[in-house]
Design a protein around this ligand. Structure first.
Ligand SMILES: Cc1ncc(COP(=O)(O)O)c(C=O)c1O
Length: 476
């Protein structure tokens, strides 16, 4: 575990302290929010009242996220110290806003950038807003079940010989499934090519704890790192961190700060920021005994899954594992688990992803219980077809963002879309990784795969009930 923890200074929770004082001082609220510390909140929901009394606005002593000089500055500085960054920021619109600000702040219109094809839609949206020229690198697949992993050094080196002027490498680490790959060598090579390294570490805010968790992107030399605190730490949904590495030049820092200002609400939620502070504090004092309790709890569940006859794939991240049920699809297994009150994070064709919490030794948790799967359930027709990624190791858009901006569009049925250029992303959710990219020519394999997702009742954002999509009308 990391030596960064247990620093006395980390006991300090400046935002919590100032909000607690404020709660005592404020006799009447003549300011937003409209619930005025919960006075007009439905009495049946009184358990919400404590939280509401922390739901403040930026009155004098409570500082302001967009220009922090007091409690929020101190609170973010403690975060930076824990993570060892040059500077760290609280985000109240998830890694989504972090990725937008990171990419827009670190690049210039028209730049060529390498992007992991397995990236989240927020990265794709940032590429478009920044009007970049992306070259998508196809990730390697895992040996065990061919789910996407990371890009290899060999691919990066080869890609640089074709695109020597690339200015940034944008990657996802770890993957949604909690898998890691040799990021250190990618960072080292990119640095040699004077290429900035931007990492979407949405699923790895806890990696800073050190072993047995994989190394964190910041520790491996990444320039800018974005993390969804809410995914793996005890903080509220939509909360995230952005960290700057020590070599980030000032002009990039200012640009990133500018875009955070542009994209984030001008009324940042205090409960969210409070939870970000709490998550930092929680990590700072997470000790060996807590780690043992965390892993023991996961292992007790593993025993239950094994007893139920499931196969377990442990991810690189000790807090993530996937389970599969022989001859059944992930969707069928997830439905059986839900019948017993067990809800999973994500389902794919063959597996169900489960994420476990970080626990303190003293945390009381629900004891793992046995899982009953039907003995003679009907064997589902799993199409033994894996998700198809673009065959080529690297691909460019068929229509640049610049040309897209002035192109006409039309609606077509998915069945008629082969060979047309998509004018929207089509994104199975979760994981929120666009399967068809805006600006990409649609292939028959993509159409088949999308039909398969729909047949399996997966949520596919972008197709609607009519199974239609928007494409660019090239001949108009
Ligand atoms: C890899 C990755 N990056 C970014 C995001 C966006 O994160 P958030 O929901 O915190 O905005 C997600 C969300 O699932 C994700 O999986």
């Amino acid at each position: 575990m990391s030596k960064k923890t247990n620093d006395e200074e980390q006991h300090h929770r400046p935002l919590f302290e100032v909000l607690s004082q404020h709660r005592k001082r404020e006799k009447v609220s003549f300011h937003v929010p409209g619930h005025k510390n919960g006075v007009n909140w439905d009495e049946h929901l009184t358990s919400f009242h404590t939280m509401l009394s922390f739901d403040q606005t930026e009155v004098s002593e409570l500082d302001y996220l967009h220009e922090p000089v007091g409690a929020l500055k101190e609170s973010q500085d403690l975060l930076g110290k824990l993570y060892g960054s040059k500077k760290s920021y609280y985000l109240i619109n998830g890694s989504t806003v972090g990725n937008l600000a990171m990419i827009m702040g670190s690049t210039t219109k028209g730049d060529q950038v390498f992007v992991d094809r397995n990236c989240h839609q927020s990265v794709i949206h940032a590429l478009e807003l920044a009007e970049l020229r992306p070259i998508f690198l196809t990730p390697e697949l895992t040996d065990s079940d061919t789910t996407p992993l990371g890009i290899t050094l060999a691919l990066l080196e080869e890609a640089f010989t074709h695109y020597p002027s690339v200015t940034a490498l944008i990657i996802t680490y770890p993957t949604y499934d909690g898998m890691v790959y040799p990021l250190e060598e990618l960072v080292a090579y990119a640095k040699k090519r004077k290429c900035f390294v931007l990492v979407d570490e949405a699923h790895g805010p806890h990696f800073t704890l050190g072993e047995p968790f994989p190394a964190s992107a910041l520790d491996l030399g990444a320039d800018v790192v974005v993390q969804s605190a809410h995914k793996m730490l005890p903080s509220l949904t939509q909360t995230a961190y952005l960290h700057l590495g020590h070599h980030v030049p000032s002009h990039i820092k200012y640009k990133i700060e500018h875009y955070l200002h542009v994209f984030q609400s001008s009324s940042p939620s205090y409960p969210m920021m409070l939870s970000l502070e709490y998550a930092r504090y929680f990590l700072a004092f997470f000790n060996e005994n807590d780690l043992r309790a965390t892993l023991a709890y996961r292992d007790l569940w593993k025993i239950q899954f094994e007893k139920a006859g499931l196969k377990i794939f442990q991810s690189s991240d000790p807090l993530k594992l996937r389970v599969s049920w022989e001859n059944h699809s992930g969707e069928v297994l997830a439905a059986q688990l839900e019948k017993q009150g067990v809800y999973s994070e994500k389902v794919d064709q063959f597996t169900v992803l489960l994420t476990f919490p970080l626990l303190k030794q003293t945390t009381e948790v629900r004891e793992p219980f046995s899982i009953q799967l039907p003995q003679h359930s009907k064997i589902s027709e799993i199409e033994n077809k894996k998700i198809e990624f673009p065959i080529a190791s690297y691909t460019e858009l068929d229509l640049s963002y610049e040309s897209q901006a002035s192109s006409r569009m039309k609606r077509v049925l998915l069945v008629d879309a082969e060979g047309q250029i998509a004018a929207q992303n089509i994104t199975p959710y979760p994981p929120g990784i666009p399967f068809v990219l805006k600006g990409e020519r649609i292939t028959i394999e993509q159409i088949r795969q999308l039909n398969h997702f729909i047949k399996q009742s997966m949520r596919v954002v972008g197709l609607g009930n009519k199974m239609e999509l928007t494409v660019f009308s090239e001949n108009d």
